[in-house]
Write a protein that binds this ligand. Sequence first.
Ligand code: NAI
Ligand code: MG
Length: 336
Amino acid sequence: MHTIVRVSGDGIGPEITNAVSRILEAARVEINWVDARAGEAVFDETGNPLPDETIEAIKKHRIVLKGPLTTPVGAGFRSINVALRQKFDLYSNIRPAKSVPNVDSNFRGVDMVMFRENTQGLYIGKEHWVDDEEKHAESIAVVTEGASEKIITAAFEYAKKRGRKKVTLVHKANILKLTTGLFLNVGKRVAQNYPDIEFQDLIVDNMAMQMVLDPGQFDVIVTTNLFGDILSDLASGLVGGLGVTGAANIGDDAAMFEAVHGSAPDIAGQNKANPIALLFSALMMLEYLDQHHAAERIRSAVYAVLQDYKPVCTPDIGGEGTTSSFTDAVCRILTN
Ligand code: NAI
Ligand code: MG
């Protein structure tokens, strides 16, 4: 029995976390959940968006399933997602984007996995005003050889283990010569240890265009924090949107599984949120726990429900159903 910290989060978080928990239970996956809080709702109540109990629970149990957390735009507290990734050194943010059968999208046969460096780059939050009038702001990006080597090695190791053929490193070393130049140079060096895997590097703007023109050419992708954030949403869009793409944040001794999407305040509380993204994140968690059989069973049940998605699936993928109707349909298959 695994003990896992469950943070249901803000906005649509509680609805999709509940859906995913029901599906794991229907599949008879044995989990001892430890519920913990983070984000806007607990901030409004207590003034602290990341309570000490939550940090202690993660320190103790090391594995987290997390719904989305709202981050105020502009002013207000810093992103708790980013804080958790940095605090537990969850340096690999892994975001697969794979075409899902029957889900409407402009592309077929997309199967890429993005490795985003999760602790550095422009996301360290070191911003300041240069002048007193607050008309001139500066932001600092950090890239170290050590962290670059870890994420790039993680991408190559993943490719090697899964029999994938190619790793594409994305950078902007023509302009950001020191920071992303360092990342590129580390990539070229690490690639030499993997002679059987093709290595390619692309400048990020070209990459964005290539992903839309011909996404089938990409396999494993590795990049810095900001580029990975943007390109992984783009990758989600290639396979049916944010509602169907899961993600994992993995470090050497802790892991946090969450969807790529946010708290979707526009549809919160309306039973419209698609739980597939968080469910696919939970399947990455089961694989991390070596529960491959359970993960496969649940994935097959989801694919079976997608065969006739109109009546049961959520509107974001063209369905006429709800969070609950989708969840019921998957649970029915699993308990039959
Ligand atoms: P968002 O991802 O919450 O929503 C973007 C659009 O996608 C919305 O139209 C939303 O309705 C739709 N959408 C997202 N997830 C969906 C799902 N499961 N099913 C159906 N439709 C879905 O992005 P937005 O609006 O930019 O951010 C809202 C809040 O979420 C912000 O406070 C942001 O900081 C936070 N956020 C949190 C993340 C996390 O916890 N890891 C990641 C991204 C954003
Ligand atoms: Mg994002």
